[in-house]
Design a protein around this ligand. Structure first.
Ligand code: XMP
Ligand code: MG
Length: 186
């Protein structure tokens, strides 16, 4: 899927594909350096992190295990409910493992702070976060995101894993949705 398949649903391209790919390489370089000699477990948060996880994992030079968690914090709308539920738990016991949570976006930070305390209670050797995108509000939460791809404005974004009502995840870039799509005006 690309820009022309979106018709008038796309307001604008916020982060082009080439910029995303370059950033993923840069993040992978930092992660490789920081985890040298350690056994790394990447924990992707479904479904939004699928694209960043797939690209980041392939950009790493060291072998890393991959596991997935699915949590729900949003319904089909655009606002965080603050209620987090585990829809799918890890298959892996993370006791004494070096865990890196891979997230698509930190918005209010509610999802991540919940996830961090949940995973921390399982006593990993270390626990860090990599998030492709961060919205301004996230700065106010106490969750420290070690690896951040891009700080973006407070707009609803789609693409590269991010959805609106389960659509647009398969865009290779990150864009903003036209307000008429989600009823935010014309
Ligand atoms: P919080 O507010 O808990 O939200 O940090 C994190 C989760 O909410 C989703 N989210 C978005 N999804 N476009 C999306 O497609 C957005 O602009 C957006 N903002 C937050 C996302 O699933 C993230 O993990
Ligand atoms: Mg989502």
């Amino acid at each position: 899927m690309d820009e022309k398949d979106l018709g008038t649903d796309l307001a604008k391209v916020l982060i082009p594909e080439a910029d995303l790919q370059a950033k993923v390489q840069e993040l992978a370089g930092q992660i490789d350096a920081d985890y040298a000699g350690r056994d790394l477990l990447l924990v992707g948060v479904l479904k939004g992190a699928v694209m960043i996880m797939a690209d980041l994992a392939r950009a790493l030079h060291s072998p890393a295990s991959m596991d997935w968690m699915a949590v729900s914090s949003y319904g089909s709308g655009t606002k965080s409910s603050g209620v987090v539920r585990i829809l799918k738990d890890l298959d892996t016991d993370i006791l004494d493992r070096h865990v890196l949570i891979v997230e698509d976006i930190v918005d209010s930070g509610l999802t991540l702070s919940w996830l961090v305390s949940n995973l921390r209670s399982r006593d990993p050797a270390s626990l860090e976060i990599c998030a492709l995108l961060r919205k301004p509000e996230a700065v106010r939460t106490e969750v420290e995101v070690r690896y951040v791809g891009f700080d973006i404005p407070n707009e609803f974004v789609i693409g590269y894993g991010l959805d609106y009502s389960e659509k647009y995840r398969n865009l290779p870039f990150v864009g903003t949705l036209a307000p008429h799509v989600y009823g935010g005006g014309s």
